[in-house]
Design a protein around this ligand. Structure first.
Ligand code: ACO
Ligand code: ZN
Length: 281
């Protein structure tokens, strides 16, 4: 999905069925023309094939043998699993995921070249299979050091900490690559809120524990958060002073505590010891 200069098109699909949920959509998504007359679409929750009628989906479910996203399971902790799907090896899955995601993402345009992306699909698993709760995409090679292209938590799963988990996961991948990263712009309102929350919590936690001076460069090396994003976050918290031509972090413990309280719940943690992954080559 790519930035988009046109006006948002009128919403076409009103609801989708996915797993045990019926979900109201938010935005237009450019499904192929043969779906133009459908208000509802039925998705196979595992391979993401979409159909116009419920009976088609029921027939499909009898013969679809996937019980989780295609690709490699790279993380498992309790009932949470993350699958890495290569858009080149699973082109149709990647395209279906983009059609689905666009229903909830504004200001992005479908980018058909899914070959160039990896998709990280987060699932809650039980004895019926692994059920997608959200995902993020990532370019295999980003010139702008983007470590995340699009992020989505499906509406029934929102506000439970999965978004923060996905963001944290994207930075854990960047740490393993030894690179700093930043999300692709523009961010949606909800995207910006989630990122600001993540950056704030990560940086305040370090500042609180750290003794003595620390530079933005050091914070960036520790967290894989790009220096500009660190500066903007600390500036918004009024923790930056400009002295003798230099940005200086002023971390008064009382001020940090006050901000940390306001930053709210930490949410689901990524247990790095359960991540088995090597960077894409
Ligand atoms: N109202 C107010 N604050 C919110 C809301 C909301 N509806 N949703 C999230 N937030 C803020 C809160 O600060 C929340 O932290 P808190 O619950 O501790 O207060 C924080 O964001 C993150 O909450 P999570 O539960 O971790 O995030 P969630 O699983 O809901 O996912 C996401 C966040 C991915 C942005 C989700 O809202 C979503 O999928 N939105 C639609 C798609 C989208 O806009 N994606 C980002 C586009 S930008 C890009 O792709 C680079
Ligand atoms: Zn299927």
């Amino acid at each position: 999905l790519r930035e988009h200069e046109e006006f948002t098109k009128v919403k076409n699909i009103a609801t989708i069925e996915l797993g045990r949920y019926e979900i109201e959509t938010w935005y237009f998504s450019p499904f192929p023309p043969e779906y133009n007359d459908s208000l509802n679409l039925y998705f196979c929750e595992f391979c993401l094939t979409f159909m116009k009628r419920k009976e088609q989906l029921q027939r499909h479910m009898k013969k679809c043998d996937l019980k989780h996203p295609p690709g490699d399971e790279i993380y498992r902790s309790g009932t949470l699993s993350m699958f890495e799907v290569d858009g080149k090896k699973n082109k149709v899955y990647g395209q279906n995921l983009c059609y689905l995601a666009k229903l909830f993402l504004d200001h992005k345009t479908l980018y058909y070249d899914v070959d160039l992306f990896l998709f990280y699909v987060l699932c809650e698993c039980d004895d019926r299979g692994c059920h997608m709760v959200g995902y993020f995409s990532k370019e295999k090679h980003s010139e702008e050091s983007y470590n995340l292209a699009c992020i989505l938590t499906l509406p029934p799963y929102q506000r439970k900490g999965y978004g923060k988990f996905l963001i944290a996961f994207s930075y854990e991948l960047s740490k393993k690559e030894g690179k700093v990263g930043t999300p692709e712009r523009p961010l949606s309102d909800l995207g910006l809120l989630s990122y600001r929350g993540y950056w704030t919590r990560v940086l305040l936690d370090i500042l609180k524990k750290h003794k003595g001076n620390i530079s933005i460069k050091e914070l960036s090396d520790m967290t894989a958060i790009r220096a500009e994003d660190i500066l903007a976050t600390l500036q918004a918290l009024e923790l930056i002073q400009y002295r003798k031509g230099q940005h200086v972090i002023c971390a008064d413990p009382k001020v940090l505590d006050r901000h940390l309280k306001a930053a709210g719940r930490g949410g689901l943690e990524v247990d790095v010891s359960k991540l088995i992954w090597t960077p894409y080559k």
